[in-house]
Ligand binder design. Structure first.
Ligand code: UTP
Length: 295
């Protein structure tokens, strides 16, 4: 049984500096909902309620977001803003989270290892705090079912453009059935020529607790960080790792361009925004050259 999910949210978010100097990128809004709330909702819809955040010193807003804010509730009540009040209360009671501090940002692998005292000796899920999946709860359920069938770790993969493989961790796989594979190898940011496939690691993982031993054995890699992919490669020598193909849209919010694309896509889906936004965008695009040329 998978009961617990680990959400590593302690990273520096350097690609977004200076915005992330005091503000976690996981709290950036997709219109009016922070990225991290999408991920928590995905887990809850998939039936996973024990959520362990791995946080850092500038990540307090995440704790405040899922906490009760009596002053705000009182204000909204007095102002008669019942609908928004209901929403605020719902978020406050969404989860009973555990927050663990990653004292030094020594990489994603190190963040996962920090969760060990709260996870213990049981399989668990890891969901990255900056990746939103369309129909994410279906993906999580599919991964959990795959774990229940095979009893081994399961990582989510998604197809990326062959020319873009060098941005991702890429898996060499053997197909078992539609959408399910056995992982044979993992290669971090390969060139298009050396990539064994166009299936990229996508930020959702189910791990057996054996990953903790592997993380302890993992030597610091690029940038002195303990890389999760390196620990998964060690795990491959000890256990089979399965892969689950994500067939829905993946929204990366961890860099400015992809974050903006995500915001626009979500905005275009909202009726209350779309009617004003579409003509505005059309106008902006038609004037694009003038804007670019403007000093
Ligand atoms: P990223 O690779 O996006 O790193 O981490 P980052 O530090 O957040 O951002 P950049 O690369 O500097 O712009 C993927 C996830 O792992 C977490 C991040 O918070 C993010 O959700 N992470 C990363 C940790 O929790 N601890 C770390 O030491 C590194």
């Amino acid at each position: 049984m998978i009961r617990k999910a680990v959400l590593p949210v302690a990273g520096w978010g350097t690609r977004f500096l200076p915005a992330t100097k005091a503000m976690p990128k996981e709290m950036f809004p997709i219109i009016d909902k922070p990225v991290i709330q999408f991920i928590v909702e995905e887990l809850l819809e998939a039936g996973i309620e024990n959520i362990i955040f791995i946080t850092g010193r500038h990540k307090r807003p995440i704790e405040h977001h899922f906490d009760i804010n009596t002053d705000l509730e009182k204000h909204l009540e007095e102002a008669g803003k019942d609908k928004v009040l209901e929403n605020i209360k719902e978020i406050s009671h969404m989860i009973n989270p555990i927050y663990l501090r990653q004292k030094e940002q020594l990489g994603l692998g190190h963040a996962v290892l920090t969760a060990e005292p709260a996870v213990g000796n049981e399989p668990f899920l890891v969901s990255l705090g900056d990746i939103i999946l369309e129909k994410g709860s279906e993906v999580v359920r599919g991964m959990v079912e795959t774990f229940e069938r095979f009893g081994k770790s399961v990582i989510a993969l998604h197809e990326v453009d062959g020319r873009e493989v060098s941005k991702y961790g890429i898996a060499k796989v053997k197909r078992i059935e539609d959408g399910i594979y056995i992982v044979e190898d993992l290669i971090e940011k390969p060139s298009p020529e050396e990539a064994p496939s166009n299936l990229a690691i996508v930020g959702r993982y189910v791990f057996t607790p054996k990953i903790f031993d592997m993380l302890r054995r993992t030597k610091p890699g690029k940038g002195g960080e303990i890389q999760l992919t390196d620990a998964m490669r060690l795990l491959l020598d000890e256990e089979v790792i399965y892969a689950y193909k994500v067939q829905t849209r993946v929204y990366d919010t961890g860099n400015p361009v992809d974050y903006l694309k995500t915001v626009f896509e979500f905005a275009l889906r909202r009726e209350d925004i779309r009617d004003e936004l579409v003509p505005y965008l059309q106008e902006v695009i038609s004037k694009q050259t003038q804007l670019i040329d403007r000093p």
